[in-house]
Design a protein. Structure first.
Length: 215
């Protein structure tokens, strides 16, 4: 059986796995974005705070995914929970770093002008600074998403959802019938999903970033 026949024969199962994979990645990216942006807002005015936040997020990224998920299993058990926690932690670095860079790059004169017309500090942050920092934040989310697409495969180690089980099963059955097709189907599925999400981010940027900022 060739790869095309294998995918066609198991399309229902593979499409469900792909849906779960992309859903897990997108949800974890959103959670990480909320946490990362809040952390960035809290520290971007402090060089020491920014350095500490970035260093902590970087430290998490140095932990091998197998090791981190393995450490989380005794705490959260098998299934989606350890996978979600691990993915959120891995997604923090690019989002925190880009939030700090984006907010730190806002021209102080623009913030002062907003204050001069009567905006509160919260208004300046939400209506001016975050909007100007949005392209950098979105770029951080895009990088995080692409990272998580691959790391989510490792989540199969904890019985997490997605295409990981397909890849792992094919690799562990190497040499048996359809093992290569199984591993290839899962791997190519991840690549295709990553490309589709890249297109989604392009559209989001197209419709949410003004031409003046893009230019």
């Amino acid at each position: 059986m060739n790869l095309f026949d294998y995918v066609a024969d198991r399309w229902d199962k593979l499409s469900l796995q792909a849906l779960l994979h992309v859903s897990e990645v997108v949800q974890c990216t959103i959670i990480a974005a909320v946490i990362g942006v809040l952390v960035g807002i809290a520290v971007y005015r402090s060089p020491i705070g920014s350095a500490v936040a970035t260093a902590l997020a970087s430290t998490i990224l140095t932990i091998p995914s197998f090791a981190l998920i393995g450490l989380l299993i005794p705490v959260f058990g098998l299934g989606a929970k350890p996978a979600i926690v691990a993915l959120v932690l891995y997604a923090l670095l690019p989002i925190v770093r880009n939030t700090i860079v984006g907010l730190g790059g806002v021209d102080p004169a623009v913030s002062d002008a907003a204050k001069g017309i009567g905006m509160s500090r919260l208004g300046v942050l939400t209506r001016v600074e975050l909007r100007l920092a949005w392209p950098a934040i979105l770029a951080g989310m895009r990088i995080a998403t692409q990272m998580l697409m691959g790391i989510a495969v490792i989540a199969a180690y904890a019985k997490g959802p997605g295409l990981g089980p397909e890849v792992f099963s094919g690799l562990t059955r190497a040499g048996s019938a359809n093992a290569t097709n199984q591993a290839l189907a899962g791997t190519l599925g991840v690549v295709i999903l990553a490309l589709l999400l890249e297109g989604v981010y392009f559209l989001i940027a197209r419709f949410t970033v003004s031409r003046g900022i893009r230019g």
